[in-house]
Ligand binder design. Sequence first.
Ligand SMILES: Nc1ncnc2c1ncn2[C@@H]1O[C@H](COP(=O)(O)OP(=O)(O)OP(=O)(O)O)[C@@H](O)[C@H]1O
Ligand SMILES: [Mg+2]
Length: 462
Amino acid sequence: MKRIVAIEEGGRLTSQLGEGYELFNFPSWEGLKAIEKVDLILLDSSLCPSGLGAVIRGCNQTHPQIPIIVCSEKVSTSLAIEAMREGAYDYYPLSGSHLSLREVVEEALKAEKKGKVARLPKLAPEGEEPLIGESPEMLEIYKLIGQIAPSDISVLIQGESGTGKELVASAIHQNSPRRGKPFLAVNCASIPDTLLESELFGYEKGAFTGAVERRRGKLEQCDGGTIFLDEIADMSPAIQSKVLRVLEGHEFYRLGGNKGIRVNVRVITATNKSLVKCVREGSFRVDLFYRLKLASIYLPPLRERRGDIPLLAHHFLKKFSTQFNRQIRGISPQAMELLKDYPWPGNVRELENNLQTAVILAKGDVLLPEHFPINQEEEKPPSGEEFKDSYTKLFSDLINPLFDELRTTHRGKIYDKLTGSLEKALISLTLKRLRSNQVRAAELLGISRNTLRDRIRKHGLY
Ligand SMILES: Nc1ncnc2c1ncn2[C@@H]1O[C@H](COP(=O)(O)OP(=O)(O)OP(=O)(O)O)[C@@H](O)[C@H]1O
Ligand SMILES: [Mg+2]
């Protein structure tokens, strides 16, 4: 028979449970010390004058890892947050829940049983490994890193987003003779052209408005070290030719400067686009391409090396348990199956983010499928076939190829993003066609003039 201890007065909680349990109650958590085996603890929050945290810690001291359900009279947002933050298994308001206390208790007791842990794969050796994974593909990559690290040749790293390109670049630097010198990363896609130029090459005082003093660029800052140029496919032709000159050992100039500067840097680049395609389309210089890919590494997507998923998952589990100070023993077999089957369009980064969420959401000491965001997503992309209405089909076909990207870039905001973009495009087009006549536009679209004005304001369509 399950043994339940309630910290309560007058049997307020235990009286709601009914038959079938061995019940104890005490007015304070100190009473727990008298009892050896406990399956579940109920805690009346009104008996915690010095705060929930102290009492929960007290319970954990005498009986570690036992589910604690914090109860209060009415629903309280702050208590609910505090209870879960302090490590309770659940929070239950006596009035205001659609479940009975007995149901909540049963669920908690069952979850404890479910909390079996998937058998651990061989764990990565203790201590910090720069890269996790033991698949044949990754093994080849480790070997390649070892081979090319000691020299100074430039390396081009290719692979989908989130496959670990930056990690590989840093491993190359760390294993090279340059390791004591700086390793600096510059993302060529996230900043506008002129900014990228001053970021890389620096500027002289007065080179442009706002250049109040001379600044050394990243190339100078990492003289003797390694520069990592991320998203290289997005670099403009003008900057491409400057970088090529640096690689060929020529001088460069700070913006607004006339003194040639030479540096000794190793260049590692990365892209998740096909650089060959960019060369073919003319947006990337072919001579720079050959110069950069003297050595090249291709990182396979996670779905092509599924064997690494358990290792990576345990690595991130350990990382986030420590970071959030949670005692999590492992991942349930069902949850591990879920992780192994999922296609991971966002690769290792997406897996890492999922583990982070799961560690935060887990109530017990085992991660279950429902703790992972990917569990909430449907598996197969829908085909537009099932829609008779031709516009729906058209949009479905438009959205389908974008979907994998959207679920990593706009998680939790996809609906607003897409409906907002459609609305903006439609209104903008209508206004252009009707020469900005708002009365006719509202009439044509079938919305009120107020709504139209509101949307024009919202989307900045003046
Ligand atoms: N093999 C691995 N072992 C451990 N962590 C990894 C591994 N691969 C990737 N990661 C982690 O995944 C995240 C993404 O990795 P990284 O930034 O290197 O990817 P990327 O290929 O540069 O992605 P993007 O193209 O989006 O810039 C990082 O937090 C990184 O630590
Ligand atoms: Mg990167």
